[in-house]
Design a binder for this molecule. Structure first.
Ligand code: SF4
Ligand code: SF4
Length: 240
């Protein structure tokens, strides 16, 4: 079973992640976040090898949703999970939105749905008040929803996340599960804010993964889950 050392290690990772989220949120509040856009772009090529660290570690809006999720846990003592048969289709919505955004069709429709850029843009000088107000309203709506469902915007609507998700499909470092020591308790599945069924995969190769490492933190058997080198091309699904 899980040793104190393994537990301390994964807790430390969670603390480092929280501090990193806090720093990035501070950058947003001070207006430096928008100035760092060109530097932050480094997260994208890094995703090709290491997966999506941006959403789980750096995105201020993702961090806010996570905070709301934690508050929701405290209030309701229970997190609602999207039913699997809905999740399996709904998870592709953000990629569809991303595609629409790329081809430039229905941009005016998408802007109110995906106000992410405008949300961040409100901290820059070039955003209009009207766009900021609409975007803020939408963002607040998803934050409230985040009390019940973890990271609802990241999961289904964020085109930024879709971009990182696509890039991370070639990752060579990911979450790996040791089938021999796994006791199928499914604590990893319950801990995953992106609704990934970690417990049925030998390795996670899923565009939804945000490298939050919460699955590793939740696993009660030391060494069963790790963030390490995985095989290409596709992770083997061991059972459904
Ligand atoms: S699979 Fe693990 S690291 Fe990836 S999003 Fe889920 S909990 Fe986070
Ligand atoms: S939490 Fe660990 S032991 Fe439980 S199902 Fe997931 S990988 Fe297996």
């Amino acid at each position: 079973m899980r040793t104190n050392r393994a537990m301390t290690g994964s807790r430390k990772v969670q603390w480092v992640r929280r501090i990193t989220q806090f720093v990035f949120f501070g950058l947003l509040l001070t207006g430096l976040y928008m100035d760092l856009r060109m530097v932050l772009i480094v997260f994208l090529p890094a995703s090709l090898l290491f997966g999506n660290f941006f959403c789980g570690w750096a995105c201020p809006y993702g961090s806010l949703q996570e905070l709301m999720g934690n508050i929701g846990n405290l209030i309701f003592k229970k997190k609602f999970k999207m039913p699997k048969n809905i999740q399996k289709y709904l998870q592709y919505l953000r990629y569809v939105l991303f595609l629409i955004l790329i081809v430039g069709v229905l941009d005016l429709v998408l802007t109110p749905i995906n106000g992410y850029g405008t949300f961040l843009g409100q901290f820059s000088e070039d955003s209009t008040n009207a766009a900021s107000t609409v975007a803020l309203g939408i963002m607040l709506f998803y934050l409230v929803l985040g009390l019940f469902f973890e990271r609802p915007f990241c999961n289904y609507l964020c085109t930024e996340a879709a971009k990182y998700g696509i890039a991370s499909m070639t990752r060579i470092f990911s979450i790996k599960r040791d089938e021999a020591s796994c006791i199928s308790c499914k604590k990893c599945d319950r801990a995953c804010p992106m609704n990934i069924e970690v417990s049925v995969h030998e390795q996670v190769r899923n565009g939804q993964c945000i490298n939050c490492m919460k699955c590793i933190d939740a696993c009660p058997v030391a060494g069963t889950l790790s963030y390490s080198r995985v095989r290409l091309p596709i992770g083997k699904k061991t059972k459904q």
